[in-house]
Structure formats: structure tokens, C-alpha cells
Write a protein that binds this ligand. Structure first.
Ligand code: ATP
Length: 306
């Protein structure tokens, strides 16, 4: 569990993180989402005690990170892509990291297998591709079998295979009951990985909601209706809070009514429907809508979703 309370970080004039309060819970993948410069990396560094908060606090498994006697067993983190620039082999690198916590060869070989690096474990890690370096970084993060796993933009620069692999890994770690906190500026990526979202813009909390709820609340929920009696249907559905537009012949795009309501009213009036589809906004659209507000009304909490 990660608990941030009123967490802020100022660099000179710049308030990089602005009074963030949130809890990251075990058992699900939580996406930490925000455009570039929103304050995600700064927040993660504060979680790991690498940066001191200007004010507020953040605890991991009930304590400040630095107050843990065995931090590697509490939190496994990967903050930068390819953080390893080493002349050591991948295995020796992991052995060296493990040695700080009394973690030996058996566990090192386990994580090497877990991240799929067995074939190259004897090779110099400094010569690894981005994808292999990423796997090695994740192996190091998992060495201590930590209850909390935190990764900053783990899919950056990876090929589709690598991306799929990371998604599966994160979901698996969450299914084991771990707290999994992963940052991204890619909505499409989070849509496929996260179950819960913490969204930030300009250092502020914009949303702290399940993925499905985020999409639902932020979307305009257009319903597409196709009918051979579209004109009569348009008259039937018209109302003060309803917007109806139609491009194609026989098709109405309705905003402001649920599909059930439209179907019931059409049936009651004896009108035929050939299609009734709830068009959910994509996560991308939902994110754009929310962060655009954060930019336009920076400093205000108006429109915030909690
Ligand atoms: N050490 C620093 N000194 C000064 N300003 C900083 C420092 N670190 C971050 N910032 C500023 O704080 C803001 C938040 O940066 P941060 O890297 O946390 O954002 P981010 O959401 O992780 O973005 P990105 O995806 O681009 O890494 C940015 O405006 C950044 O320029």
C-alpha cells in the first residue's frame, strides 16, 4: 500500500507536485497517468525517498521508505528505462544488488527466469537492448519479492512483444496481491493494463477512480441509433437535455439518453430499430477531456473527478 498525504514538491518557482493525496491499494494494477511534466516521476521519487517533499508525506506499507530496514523487500522500483550501465553480466549485477539484502543465487536465477533473460544472463548488461535492459531493471525490482512494485513508464521504447510481456507481468503481480503502481502518459496503454487510475495534471490530482468509471464519467456517452423511421424517432426523443445529430441517412447520434430509454420509447411508439449502440468514449478521449480542463483551469478544482 502507498499512501500520499498532501504531498507537494517545489523546485524554485515550479510547483511540480501540488498537494497530492491518494492511496494505492494492493491487488490491482494502478495506473499513474498524466501528460509529460505532470509530476509523476517526482512523486515516485518522493515515494522512494530520493526526493524530499516540500510538504506533506508519503508512506509505503505504513512507514516512510527510509524507515524500512529492508526496503528492497518492501518496494521494488524501476524509475528509469535502462538504468543499468554496467560492465557486469546481468546475473552478476543482480547478485550484487541482492547481496545488499542477503539475497542469493537461487532467487537471482528465479527472477532471471521470471523476466525471460536466462539465455543472456551471462552477457554484459551494458550491451543490452532497451527491452533487455528493461527486463533486467524489472528483475532487480523483483529480487526482494516486494509487496509493492512501482515502475515509471515501463513500456517506453519497447516493441509490441515487450509491451505485452510487461502488461501480463504487472497483472500477474497484482493478482498475487501486490500493490502495483505504474506511470504512463499513454492512455491507450493504461486502458489495457490498469484497473484503477490516478490521474494528475500540473502536479494536481484530477481523478482517482476505477478505469471503467473514469471512462464512463468523462465520456459524453453517445448512443448510435439506426432506424428506417429515423425522422419520427428524432421527434420522439427530442428534449431539453438531449442532443441529436445525424450524419448518415437513417442514423441518429443521441447524447443525453441511455440506450435502454431509447429502446423502451421506440418500442412503446411502435418504431423499428435496426441498431442501438452505446459508443463509449475511448480512454484517450476521456483523458484529453480531463487534462484539457486541468490545463485551462490550472489551479482550480472545478470539474475534478474523485
Ligand atoms: N530536479 C528538478 N529541478 C527542477 N525542476 C524539476 C526537477 N524535476 C522535475 N522538475 C519539473 O517538475 C515538473 C514535473 O516533472 P516530472 O518529471 O515529475 O513530471 P512527469 O509527470 O514525470 O513527466 P515526464 O513524463 O515528462 O517525466 C516538470 O515541470 C519538471 O520540469
Amino acid at each position: 500500500m502507498i499512501e500520499a498525504h498532501d504531498l507537494s514538491k517545489r523546485y524554485g518557482d515550479k510547483l511540480a507536485v501540488d498537494a497530492l493525496t491518494f492511496t494505492v491499494r494492493p491487488g490491482v494494477v494502478t495506473g499513474f497517468l498524466g501528460p509529460n511534466g505532470a509530476g509523476k516521476s517526482t512523486t515516485m521519487r518522493m515515494i522512494l525517498g530520493l526526493d524530499a517533499p516540500t510538504s506533506g508525506s508519503v508512506r509505503v506499507n505504513g512507514r516512510r521508505y527510509a524507515a524500512h530496514r529492508d526496503p528492497l523487500r518492501q518496494v521494488g522500483a524501476l524509475l528509469e528505462a535502462k538504468a543499468v550501465h554496467t560492465g557486469r553480466s546481468a546475473r552478476n549485477h543482480l547478485l550484487a544488488v541482492g547481496a545488499t539484502h542477503g539475497i542469493g543465487r537461487r532467487r537471482v536465477d528465479e527472477v532471471i527466469d521470471l523476466v525471460g533473460l536466462r539465455e543472456v544472463a551471462g552477457r554484459r548488461a551494458g550491451g543490452f537492448s532497451l527491452g533487455m535492459g528493461q527486463r533486467l531493471g524489472i528483475a532487480a525490482a523483483l529480487l526482494g519479492d516486494p509487496a509493492v512494485v512501482m515502475l515509471d513508464e515501463p513500456v517506453n521504447g519497447l516493441d509490441p512483444d515487450g509491451i505485452r510481456w510487461i502488461r501480463g507481468l504487472l497483472k500477474g503481480l497484482a493478482a498475487e496481491g501486490r500493490t502495483v503502481f505504474v506511470s504512463s502518459h499513454l492512455m491507450s496503454e493504461m486502458a489495457q493494463t490498469a484497473e484503477h487510475l490516478i490521474v494528475v495534471g500540473r502536479g494536481r490530482l484530477i481523478a482517482d477512480v476505477p478505469l471503467a468509471e473514469f471512462t464512463r464519467r468523462a465520456s459524453r456517452n453517445t448512443v448510435r441509433v439506426r432506424s428506417p423511421q429515423a425522422t419520427a424517432l428524432r421527434d420522439l426523443l427530442a428534449g431539453p437535455d438531449v442532443t441529436i445529430s445525424g450524419g448518415e441517412a437513417g442514423v441518429l447520434e443521441v447524447v443525453g439518453l441511455r440506450p435502454e430509454t431509447i429502446g423502451d420509447r421506440a418500442a412503446a411508439a411502435g418504431l423499428t430499430l435496426h441498431e442501438l449502440t452505446a459508443a463509449e468514449a475511448s480512454l484517450e478521449e476521456a483523458f484529453m477531456t480531463l487534462t484539457r480542463d486541468a490545463v485551462e483551469y490550472a489551479g482550480a478544482t472545478e470539474g475534478a473527478i474523485r
